[in-house]
Design a protein around this ligand. Sequence first.
Ligand code: SAM
Length: 260
Amino acid sequence: MTYEETGVGRTIDRLLREHPGLDSDGALDDLDQFHIGGADAVDLLIESLALAAGDAVLDVGSGFGGPARQIARRTGNHVTGIDITPAYVSAARDLTAGSGVRDLVRFRVGDIAAFHPDPPFQAAITMHVQMNVEDKAAWFAHIARCLAPGARLAVWEVCGPGQAGLPWPMPWSLDGTDSFVVTADALHASIGQAGFTTTEWTNETAWVRSWIARTFADGLPDGPVLPMLLDDGYTRVINYATALTDGPLEIWRGSFVRAG
Ligand SMILES: C[S@@+](CC[C@H](N)C(=O)[O-])C[C@H]1O[C@@H](n2cnc3c(N)ncnc32)[C@H](O)[C@@H]1O
């Protein structure tokens, strides 16, 4: 199965020791954003969330916490991340402890299906998680249940005609057995079935291709990078970039409102 790295905590401890400046805001961007498009993609979602002061934000499948910390840093809003992988939640907490947003961001281990926040959140994001979820309508319905009527949801998602021919391992699946990639139309329909109305549903594949060309023009950035935290990380990232650049995968950004 994917997401079973055993050395994440040790690697993060070592990187924080070797690079003391990593604790400063934004310095982790090449390490802690576990999706294509990095911090720039999170900025696109923040814009569509249109947060007001005091809005509480939920990050579903928060990984190493990069998106949650970035939202708090940019907006000053409180963000709660939830993720089913205990080692990733522990890593997200470690990376937050020395950051300037430690009082705004928290992480919990858990399944969104069993999360019943009271009060509900005013906004949510989810980035690069639904590919691991087979019953997408049920999963987005669990997210809807955690949100107040009228709350916003922003998503950043991998879509495609299917997964035959994808070069495994990919960032979200080592061998394809826990991957459920569907077309943009099918994903959009599942989000609608879960009780969300669409504000925006945009194919961002061209934007992503240009981001990849710009970001990796001279190879990987210097310093700590995401593949250092993942089993077979470099192969996964290269396979993914190739499937987005020359293959059938697409990236879609969505902005939705939870129906009242
Ligand atoms: C590719 S990472 C994306 C992490 C983060 N959203 C980001 O963009 O940096 C996918 C994350 O989804 C989490 N995940 C997978 N299935 C999940 C589920 N059913 N509920 C919550 N989190 C899940 C994994 O533990 C992993 O942290």
